[in-house]
Ligand binder design. Structure first.
Ligand code: MTE
Length: 310
């Protein structure tokens, strides 16, 4: 299957801004705009963001799907739990601790971390390890730009991410559903890759709480669990971090977690996926290696056996 986006894309190849705005207008007319946004707990202020040539031209899922069908175990196991419970999470003030092998460690408000870095709109495919997928119009900045701001030291080989864990605002944390705080990690070259985003919004608005407000990771060529939400800590280390899912089931969830139809999960196939939003008769689509971003990222893994480094 031809990959439609790569670094060679021209602006005219990506979803035109006007078409995107039309869809937004449609959502508003359909009554899904303001109501759902208020429900999602976001202020409704439009965010100016530059369209990115890395965007797919596939149609984004509806805001309703993106904010109503979530994994955010801090709020419960059910896909509807995050929308139901995330409203209780306090996201202002917020601070992200940047620590480890960096020149300028400290506690940063998200605005200070991103100040002066142009916000981009990136329409990415997002493939969950559970074999469903969506297309999401994120707003964010390359993680690399933020890492450059804090000054990565030469010894740093990995980045470790940690999410908020606040039992009094998060029923899944109170119930101990997982070993919280939720933790993830990337190799430094993965973290510096231009596709890797720190996202602060979607669909032109600030990040809905159930999607990881106020700031989250988005790594589009990896299974969704790598994209940790509601980040409170970013650590630069020389040791490979152990992620929450690896700790829980090391045979099922590896450190790399690159989308790979050739390597099945021990309990299910990864060869195809169900696109959320298609209703009862939605057809399954073939899963693409690296979620289709192979042109851009396969080189990161030259010489690695991805069945071993799963
Ligand atoms: N981050 C935290 N902190 N807690 C979580 O439970 N779930 C992950 C990931 N990030 C999760 C998380 C999983 S399994 C997926 S598929 C995506 O978030 C879902 O992101 P979305 O709800 O915005 O689509």
């Amino acid at each position: 299957m031809a990959e439609r986006w790569n670094t060679g894309l021209r602006w005219s190849d990506v979803t035109p801004r006007a078409a995107f705005l039309d869809r937004r207008r449609f959502l508003a007319t359909a009554g899904l705009g303001i109501g759902t946004l208020a429900f999602a707990g976001i202020a409704g202020a439009k965010i100016a963001a530059t369209p990115s040539p890395y965007s797919t031209d596939e149609a984004p899922n509806s805001l309703e799907d993106i904010t109503g069908y979530n994994n955010f175990y801090e709020f419960g196991f059910d896909k509807s739990d995050p929308a139901r419970h995330a409203g209780a999470m306090t996201t202002a003030p917020w601070s992200v601790r940047v620590e480890g092998l960096v020149d300028r460690p400290g506690d940063y408000a998200p605005d200070d971390l991103l100040k002066g870095i142009a916000l981009e709109e990136r329409i990415y495919r997002f493939r969950c390890v559970e074999a469903w997928s969506m297309v999401i119009p994120w707003i964010g900045v390359p993680l690399a730009s933020v890492l450059a701001r804090v000054g990565v030291q030469p010894g740093a080989r990995y980045v470790r991410f940690e999410s908020l864990a606040r039992a009094d605002e998060m029923p899944g944390v109170a119930a101990g559903l997982l070993d919280f705080p939720y933790r993830e990690g990337l190799r430094i070259d993965e973290a510096m890759h231009p596709l890797t985003l720190l996202a602060t919004g979607l669909y032109g608005e600030a990040m809905p709480k159930q999607n990881g407000a106020p700031i989250r990771l988005v790594v589009p060529w990896k299974y969704g669990f790598k994209s940790a939400k509601s980040l409170v800590k970013i650590s630069l280390t020389n040791e490979q971090p152990v992620s929450t899912w690896q700790m829980l089931q090391p045979k099922e969830y590896g450190f790399y977690a690159n989308v790979n139809p050739e390597v099945d999960h021990p309990r299910w196939s990864q060869a195809s996926e169900r696109r959320i939003g298609g209703g009862l008769f939605a057809k399954r689509v073939d899963t693409l290696k690296f979620n289709g971003y192979g042109d851009l990222v396969a080189g990161l893994y030259a010489g690695q056996d991805l069945a071993v480094d799963y």
